[in-house]
Write a protein that binds this ligand. Structure first.
Ligand code: PGA
Length: 249
């Protein structure tokens, strides 16, 4: 069975709640499609108004982060049950910005991935190399390590429903998209890695996105690649361009 594409916006730390509602009103008619799952991952405070604004549309609302404990003395964190209580179905885990600025590690990413599955939330698990690693020729070694640790203890049944986002750090917010060959090569390598951890059926089912300066122009050539099942989109997800990205065909 062909994998359904999944195209997700990562709003990062942008849009106040009232701006979020306005943006969703603008994008609503533009992102209509039956061909792909469409997810807007928004700041925590925007989640509830975004859910309201997206009601009755094909837009799913996701979170950008989540903590790995159930509840308790973790000032400032968001618990998984807080997300499911309002109807959140997706969460970005281990974005490179969280790894870089908020000290997330492969181990905390793994704990969050396990916790998300425990609560029935689909994790969008991020991985990606730095420019130095690419130049040193260790891209795939580094990403295999990130993926293997992220999925420790995750069952094949769970992994089949997961989303992995390959985001080369040097391509994020830089306007420098990886070439389609580079993106396909790594996404294919990730699928191979999943086949090694689990089996072919799991590798065939899991959805792998490319992220890093995806725009309306680059999306079509990326999304036709055999191992690229959609995109995680930052900057262009805040503009009407996102409608073109979603309807890339
Ligand atoms: P970008 O961000 O599209 O602005 O490069 C992608 C991301 O970080 O998810």
């Amino acid at each position: 069975m062909a994998r359904k594409k999944i195209i997700a916006g990562n709003w990062k730390m942008n849009m106040t709640p009232s701006e979020a509602v306005k943006l969703i009103e603008t994008l609503k008619p533009l992102v209509k499609t039956d061909d792909a799952d469409v997810v807007f991952c928004v700041p925590a405070i925007d989640i509830i108004p975004a859910l309201e604004a997206a009601k009755g549309t094909n837009i799913e609302i996701g979170a950008e982060n989540m903590y790995f404990e159930e509840k308790g003395a973790y000032t400032g964190e968001i618990a998984p049950a807080m997300l499911t209580d309002v109807g959140v179905k997706y969460v970005i885990i281990g974005h490179s910005e969280r790894r870089e600025y908020f000290a997330e590690t492969n181990e905390t990413v793994n704990k969050k991935v396990l916790k998300a599955f425990e609560h029935g939330i689909t994790p969008i698990v991020c991985c990606g190399e730095t420019l130095t690693q690419r130049e040193q020729g260790v891209t795939m070694d580094f990403i295999r390590q990130q993926v293997k640790i992220a999925f420790l203890g995750v069952t094949a049944e769970q992994a089949k429903t997961a989303v992995i986002a390959y985001e080369p750090i040097w391509a994020i917010g830089t306007g420098k998209t990886a070439t389609t060959e580079q993106a396909q090569e790594v996404c294919g390598g990730i699928r191979k890695c999943i086949a090694e951890i689990y089996d072919e059926a799991t590798a065939e089912a899991i959805r792998i996105q490319y992220g890093g300066s995806v725009n309306a122009k680059t999306a079509p050539e990326l999304f036709v690649q055999p191992d690229i099942d959609g995109g995680l989109v930052g900057g262009a997800a805040l503009k009407p361009d996102f409608g073109q990205i979603v309807n890339w065909k």
